[in-house]
Design a protein around this ligand. Structure first.
Ligand code: SF4
Length: 271
């Protein structure tokens, strides 16, 4: 947790604490309550009436005292980010279990394994492809074939992240016959799983890999040449469109374009 203070406060830790106002403390309490899902109640110490009166000449000092007491109590609780991460993991597991037994469209008939999303439940970036291929269907994991290798290389080399830092998923979770493009009805039957995953993860950016993913997420019917390389602002997250890595594996001359798109994603994070 980072608490940013003004220049003056930065000069000394003790000085910083002594300049906290009640407003600072109240905002901090609200933040902590949101993280822990617990209510913090501040009560007055009746036995310390005289001291309190002495200190009341400076409400800022009084604020600092409460802040220290809150921090003392908070330090006894488990890490909130750990709790949130575990809860998100549990919710994603629940979505994955439903995907594994789903029969909402005809694609279930040809699958070896349905392929739920995989990765960091608190990822800031989510990559969304089209549908599982041969390798993914066999192993039940997204992007584990040749195109997956290229995607991971871009994530590592250009973004400086690891596979376990991001979340990778698809718009359709069962392999279409002969790797054909999923039909509209199949996408509509399956798309809600993606939005469920995104509502749990709450990433900053969703990267649509290829035209079917971009069209499904943005609800647009435009060509990939019109959407690629652009950012689209949505209320919950930003969407960026690039090529599907499988297309680049088949057409290596587009590798540089894909790399440049990943540089734009990096700039987005750094801005
Ligand atoms: S593709 Fe999606 S909607 Fe169709 S059966 Fe598989 S999981 Fe269900």
């Amino acid at each position: 947790m980072i608490i940013t203070m003004g220049e003056e406060e930065k000069t000394s830790g003790d000085k910083a604490k002594s300049q906290l106002s009640f407003d600072d403390v109240l905002s901090f309490i609200e933040f902590i309550e949101e993280c822990y899902g617990e209510q913090f109640i501040i009560t007055e110490d009746k036995n310390n009436d005289k001291n309190e009166k002495k200190e009341s000449s400076s409400t800022k000092n009084k604020g600092a005292g409460i802040f220290e007491k809150i921090m003392e109590e908070v330090s006894k609780l488990p890490d909130p980010y750990h709790i949130i991460r575990e809860e998100k993991q549990r919710m994603l597991k629940d979505i994955a279990e439903r995907i594994k037994v789903c029969k909402k469209c005809e694609l279930w008939k040809g699958r070896t394994n349905a392929v739920p999303g995989d990765g960091n439940p608190s990822a800031q970036i989510v990559f969304v492809g089209e549908a599982p291929g041969y390798e993914e269907d066999k192993r039940g994991k997204p992007f584990v074939g040749k195109s997956g290798k290229l995607l991971i290389k871009m994530i590592q080399d250009v973004l400086g992240m690891r596979r376990e830092d991001v979340f990778i998923t698809n718009i359709v979770r069962c392999r279409p016959p002969e790797n054909r493009t999923p039909e509209k009805e199949e996408i509509s039957a399956c798309l809600n799983y993606l939005f469920e995953e995104l509502s749990v993860i709450r990433p900053r950016i969703v990267v649509a890999l290829g035209a079917p993913a971009a069209k499904a997420i943005l609800g647009k019917d435009e060509k990939i040449s019109e959407m690629r390389g652009k950012f689209y602002t949505r209320p919950e997250f930003t969407v960026f469109v690039t090529f599907h890595p499988a297309f680049v594996v088949r057409n290596p001359s587009y590798t540089e374009t894909l790399e440049n798109d990943f540089k734009k994603i990096k700039e987005f994070f750094e801005s």
